[in-house]
Design a protein around this ligand. Structure first.
Ligand SMILES: Cc1cc2nc3c(=O)[nH]c(=O)nc-3n(C[C@H](O)[C@H](O)[C@H](O)COP(=O)(O)OP(=O)(O)OC[C@H]3O[C@@H](n4cnc5c(N)ncnc54)[C@H](O)[C@@H]3O)c2cc1C
Ligand code: SF4
Length: 315
């Protein structure tokens, strides 16, 4: 597939990126590693007038520690983050989710910012224009129906970042800079819950950094996928524990990850959390495996992940 025509700009600063976005009146897309965006352009799922390349912004490439917080620039690659000694030592759930993301070639190109802001996916959506035209455009393409669920009122496309659920268990925040200034919000707050437009990030906002409290945790990441060598999650579960409290996050089903907090870990609270996550999961038939199996795997992965944390501490 060939790319459509667009203007290409490589910027050296966040301010420069925002100024260009303003110039194109919203008809521009930011690009970091391009591993999510470029396939979308090739499939004509997005048609921006301009692509603004953020990879030249040095200030987004650093990992620093300040006042008990690890500050990860949005342009840090998944590979560099995985190999950071603090991530290995303090955040095993994140280390494992990074390691499970696609393959190492992709990890060397894809950034953590792009990973968090990747688009949601659906077997009826991530197709060529010809395929989608013959099927009829669905909600996510500006149409009037969902091609998976009859009479649906919303889009159920899946958010497939391996790393956002792990980051949410670590109480990560994201820093965003845009046309109206800068803000820092809990990562779980940037999801709209609507597959058509999955993020509450404002048009033109640049994700500049991810902030994680620098506390040592125990943790585990579990992922269901078809091919172990390289595949998106069909369901995933991340668990991080510190001070007897656990945060559990489920991803891969529907447009937003779901967070559960366990204050006192025992057999009853583990079972209750697995049951609640199972009840909350509403998969539909929009991946390569059945919705019923994915739902069942939610409670299996929660129990498996927690058992592993308790047994191995996530090592
Ligand atoms: C074959 C294949 C397999 C994959 N497997 C997986 C997988 O197993 N798990 C997984 O999680 N992902 C997977 N991906 C998705 C994707 O490659 C990764 O999520 C990657 O980390 C995306 O990062 P990127 O820098 O390439 O993002 P890009 O493609 O550059 O950007 C992704 C989105 O984020 C926006 N964006 C990027 N950076 C910023 C920023 N700083 N501020 C504001 N907006 C920004 C872009 O506009 C775009 O909408 C896969 C992709 C491919 C092609
Ligand atoms: S879940 Fe429905 S509306 Fe959403 S992308 Fe798939 S077919 Fe389209």
């Amino acid at each position: 597939m060939i790319l459509p025509q667009f203007e290409y700009h490589k910027v050296q600063s966040v301010a420069g990126a925002i100024a260009l976005y303003r110039k194109y009146k919203g008809k521009a897309r930011y690009c970091a590693g391009g591993t999510d965006l470029i396939p979308l352009l090739k499939q004509r799922l997005s048609a921006p007038a301009a692509v603004i390349d953020l990879k030249g912004i040095d200030e987004l490439k650093t990992i620093t520690r300040r006042k008990g917080v690890l500050i990860i620039g949005a342009n840090v690659t998944l590979f560099d983050l995985k190999n950071d000694p603090i991530v290995r030592e303090h955040f095993p759930a994140l280390f494992q989710s990074l390691d499970a993301t696609s393959c190492e070639t992709l990890q060397m190109r894809g950034t953590i910012g792009g990973n968090i802001l990747q688009d949601t996916r659906c077997i009826q959506y991530n197709k060529s224009l010809e395929w989608r035209t013959s099927r009829g455009f669905c909600f996510k393409m500006g149409g009037k129906a969902c091609n998976v669920v009859l009479n649906a009122q919303a889009c159920f496309s899946n958010y497939c970042s391996d790393n956002a659920p792990a980051l949410i268990t670590l109480s990560a925040k994201v820093r965003l800079k845009g046309l109206k200034g800068e803000r820092t919000v809990d990562l779980e707050k940037i999801f709209s819950g609507n597959g058509k437009a999955p993020f509450t990030v404002e048009p033109g906002e640049v994700l500049t950094a991810i902030l994680i409290p620098l506390k040592k945790t125990e943790g585990v990441y579990e992922k269901l996928r078809v091919r172990d060598s390289m595949d998106y999650p069909l369901v995933d579960a991340a668990v991080s524990m510190a001070g007897g409290k656990a945060r559990v996050c489920i991803g891969g089903i529907g447009p937003a990850p779901r967070l559960y907090v366990i204050k006192n870990m025992d057999e009853n609270t583990i079972r209750d959390t697995a049951d609640k996550a199972y009840a909350d999961a509403k998969p539909v038939a929009n991946t390569t495996i059945s919705a019923a199996y994915r739902k069942k795997m939610v409670s299996t992965l929660v129990k498996r992940a927690i058992k592993r944390v308790l047994k191995e501490g996530g090592r």
